[in-house]
Design a protein. Structure first.
Length: 256
């Protein structure tokens, strides 16, 4: 079973193997973006590089989301030059970090007032709710131009934005809030099975906090877990089928 990593966990269905069978660089990179809750942000300070640490979430298509203050130096930098780079480091807990995956995403950070995107960020980072109403805090979406993946020694690839970010997900994004509410209200037992059986996580009271084309995010207190689908989904009916399949798989796994 996957090991817990502080407040961050990633896992796959116990019997089904990795949720997305493609070994493409885009899939590997996108998994890092969806799984990791923080990144190193590089901006330009009067033409010189400036790096900082930011909390991160993703839009339904995987594009990075940042919730940052106008008073922060990186936000001042973005106002002058919107070009950014984000390094997502998936090498935590590895004895040899350079053998682990990391991806650098290049693009432009632009303010957005989309309430669905803000809801996704706040579901991922509950602490952000404390300052979400402050006048100087704003949500930014990074319009990705390309990404650079280092998956391990010898596996280094540039990824075009069209390959990194899947298209045609508007229907699923529109249904996300209702799917999350429905699962937590009417199928809490299934959510508990996802966490306990498919991800091997201890504790009770796990809740669904987000869904996208490739999986779901779960939360218990300050712990976040990621469970990927067997194959990508595009809309509410296919998402429902994937969630039902995962619940059946979990119940089959625990049978004597």
């Amino acid at each position: 079973m996957p090991r817990r990593r502080a407040t961050l966990v990633i896992g796959f269905p116990a019997r089904a193997g990795p949720a997305v069978t493609s070994s493409s660089a885009a899939v590997t990179a996108r998994r890092l973006l969806r799984r990791l809750d923080r990144a190193s942000l590089a901006t330009s300070l009067a033409g010189a590089p400036y790096a900082s640490l930011v909390l991160a979430a993703t839009a339904p298509d995987g594009a990075p989301l940042l919730f940052i203050s106008d008073l922060a130096q990186h936000t001042v930098n973005i106002a002058a030059d919107s070009r950014v780079a984000l390094l997502y480091d998936g090498t935590f807990c590895l004895r040899e970090p350079l053998t682990g995956p990391r991806v650098t995403v290049l693009g432009r950070a632009t303010r957005t007032s989309d309430p669905r995107l803000e809801a996704r960020f706040l579901a991922r980072h509950r602490s952000a709710a404390r300052y979400a109403g402050f006048a100087d805090f704003h949500l930014y979406r990074v319009a990705v131009s390309r990404a650079h993946l280092v998956a391990s020694f010898g596996r280094i690839e540039w990824i075009a934005a069209d390959d990194l970010l899947p298209l045609g997900l508007a229907a699923l994004a529109a249904a996300e809030g209702e799917i999350v509410r429905h699962m937590n209200a009417d199928h809490a037992d299934a959510v508990a099975l996802y966490a306990k059986v498919l991800l091997g996580l201890p504790g009770e009271d796990w809740r669904l906090i987000g869904i996208d084309s490739e999986g779901v995010d779960l939360r218990r207190g300050d712990e976040i877990a990621r469970l990927d689908f067997l194959a990508p989904v595009q809309d509410a009916p296919s998402a429902r089928a994937a969630l039902v399949w995962l619940a059946k798989e979990a119940r089959t796994t625990i049978r004597p």
